[in-house]
Ligand binder design. Structure first.
Ligand code: CA
Length: 230
């Protein structure tokens, strides 16, 4: 599992240590040294997880967590708070501000990676490597293979990621902007029409086993993966 992780930490030595551990585990690291930095980065690229230090110069981490939770685009972004404090009331405040988890410094790299994995499993199941099967359509992230009623289907890398996101977020309507954010990781530099092109390719690949009906167009809103009739 490889995720885009935004590390918001003002102390360079700690920032460096965390980044090195994450990169070693195969993750891609985005770095911010304060909340304003973080906001600018998130505006361009939606990360998969945010590691957020509590004590930052300027806007405190807890306020940034609240801000991310109040914006529709970043509402579901997994947030893990990092802090030197260990008092119980601070943990409660962090969780109330919308953090998914809480790590007290110093923490072991192993614990950090385990918490990231747990948060992703809960909030971003498309990031995990669990195989998923719906209506005879089976997707296996480990082998990168897709079977429709046992028949292997041939999908391009973008169509694979798109289908993985759909299958782990079934029955919900996703706008083109949301799909760009979640599947491409970018809603600023890619045109919305790109989504339609890849949806078309995905449907045509799924036609072989008759699963193309699972990708539904929701007029005026976007797309939905659904096993229920339209
Ligand atoms: Ca700090």
């Amino acid at each position: 599992m490889s995720a885009n992780i935004l590390v918001v930490e003002d102390e360079p030595a700690i920032q460096e240590l965390i980044a090195a551990n994450l990169q070693h585990a195969g993750h891609n690291v985005l770095r911010a040294y304060d909340a304003e930095d973080a906001i600018r980065i998130v505006r361009e690229t939606l990360p998969d997880v945010v590691l957020l230090d509590w004590m930052l110069p300027g806007m405190p981490g807890i306020q940034l967590a609240r801000r991310l939770r109040s914006d529709e685009r970043t509402r579901d972004l997994p947030i893990i708070m990092l802090t030197a404090r260990s008092e119980e009331h601070d943990k409660v405040a962090g969780l109330e501000a919308g953090a998914d988890d809480y790590l007290t410094k110093p923490f072991s790299p192993r614990e950090l990676l385990a918490r990231i994995k747990a948060v992703l499993r809960r909030r971003a199941p498309q990031m995990t490597e669990d195989a998923i099967e719906i209506e005879g359509l089976r997707l296996d992230p480990v082998t990168h293979r897709i079977f429709g009623n046992g028949k292997p289907l041939d999908l391009g890398p973008t169509e694979f990621r798109l289908l993985h996101f759909f299958m782990t977020h079934a029955e919900r309507v996703h706008s083109r902007t949301q799909l760009l954010d979640q599947v491409w990781g970018d809603h600023v530099f890619v045109e919305e029409r790109t989504v339609d092109v890849h949806i078309r390719r995905l449907r045509s690949s799924l036609e072989l086993s008759g699963h193309d009906w699972l990708i539904q167009t929701v007029r005026g809103s976007g797309y939905r993966f659904s096993a229920l009739a339209e």
